[in-house]
Ligand binder design. Structure first.
Ligand SMILES: NC(=O)c1ccc[n+]([C@@H]2O[C@H](COP(=O)([O-])OP(=O)(O)OC[C@H]3O[C@@H](n4cnc5c(N)ncnc54)[C@H](O)[C@@H]3O)[C@@H](O)[C@H]2O)c1
Length: 327
């Protein structure tokens, strides 16, 4: 690990604010600046966490030569243009998902990374969640055997969410499903077939002209005998929140729990039928992290900011991935 500290600026302070105390405690980071449009919230977050450098204008932030890297947590339509502007300004970029909502913008970001030699990271939580880290460990140790099939789902009822959410086509935000499928086997997709299914209410359809309640896709992996299935729903489909990964191997298979917080299942081949499935608790991977940020795999930032009116969670969300993403 290099001794130099990276000056980080966080842009967007809803979800984004949860990362502030982690950067503040990371031995190689300096939590330098925060940015969001309304002064009142900017100051509330800045005061709660003791961050002095504050910007209400993203473009002014980019002009600050002290900023080495921006971590973007703004609404989905802003991810691509802000990533592009930041790379052009010579900053490294970490951006929450999705990277962009058009192939052209994804391409622009990839080309800019090549030109500028700056780093870009899509901050996909699932591939740093404890379930994924556990699967990766099982796979790398050979315990799963040969992987035969993978599937992932991300279902959420987004009714009542503001501005750009109503009617958002499910596959515009498919990274929590696509990410783990490709990351586990280090694969790229050769081709994809996607079907829409069902219909959402008329008032939702008009926003993106996309009628489907559920979208499901099969991905054929390049240079491999594998395919993966993914499915997503955001509106008018009854389902508790679920981000899931199932991996079927020749020796062992992992199936995500059907109900949140219940144990996941590990199936072991060639055992007596009743003994094939076992309920497992996935271990924590805090040991992969520098000591000062290990607590954030299980704990949220609530206790650090409870004197303010800001609302933060007490438990670490998204599989304890935030400190792993920061690291
Ligand atoms: N698991 C995950 O990966 C995960 C979880 C939650 C949220 N997210 C993503 O994080 C993003 C933010 O979600 P949220 O729930 O915090 O949204 P939010 O609407 O609560 O917050 C957005 C923030 O961005 C700021 N902002 C908006 N436009 C800006 C601009 N032009 N310049 C500077 N700041 C600007 C707003 O002031 C606000 O602080 C979304 O894209 C969402 O998809 C990802």
């Amino acid at each position: 690990m290099s001794a130099r500290k990276v000056n980080v600026a966080i842009v967007g302070l809803g979800f984004g604010a949860e990362f502030i105390p982690i950067y503040q405690r990371h031995p190689n980071a300096n939590m330098y600046a925060i940015c969001q449009r309304t002064r009142k919230k900017l100051d509330a977050v800045g005061d709660a966490f003791g961050v002095q450098k504050r910007y209400t204008d993203f473009h002014k932030l980019l002009k600050d030569p002290k900023v080495d890297a921006v971590h973007i947590n703004t609404p989905i339509p802003d991810h691509a243009w802000q990533s592009i502007a930041a790379l052009k300004a010579g900053k490294h970029v970490a951006c929450t998902v999705p990277m962009a909502t058009s192939i052209a913008d994804c391409r622009k970001i990839v080309d800019l990374v090549k030109q500028t030699r700056k780093k870009y990271m899509m901050m996909e939580t699932v591939v740093y969640a404890r379930e994924f880290l556990h699967l990766k460990e099982l796979y790398q140790k050979g315990e799963l055997g040969k992987i035969q099939f993978l599937q992932a789902s991300h279902q959420q009822d987004m009714d009542g969410w503001p501005n750009y959410w109503p009617g958002l086509p499910p596959m515009w935000y498919a990274t929590h499903c696509v990410g783990p499928m490709l990351a586990l086997t280090r694969a790229t997709a050769e081709y994809v077939s996607c079907f829409g299914s069902g219909t959402i209410r008329k008032e939702l359809v008009k926003n993106y002209k996309s009628p489907f309640a559920v979208e499901t896709a099969h991905i054929k992996f390049k240079g491999s005998d594998l395919t993966a299935r993914i499915y997503r729903s955001l509106f008018d489909t009854a389902r508790q929140y679920r981000e899931s990964i199932d991996v079927y191997g020749s020796k062992k298979s992992f199936e995500w729990t059907l109900i949140e917080h219940e144990p996941h299942i590990l199936h072991t081949a060639k055992l007596p039928e009743a003994k094939i499935p076992s309920k497992i608790k996935v271990p924590d991977y805090a040991r992969l992290l520098p000591a000062p940020i290990r607590r954030f795999t299980t704990k949220g930032v609530y206790d650090l900011a409870k004197k303010t009116h800001l609302s933060f969670t007490q438990v670490a969300r998204h599989g304890g991935s935030y400190p792993n993403l920061v690291h």
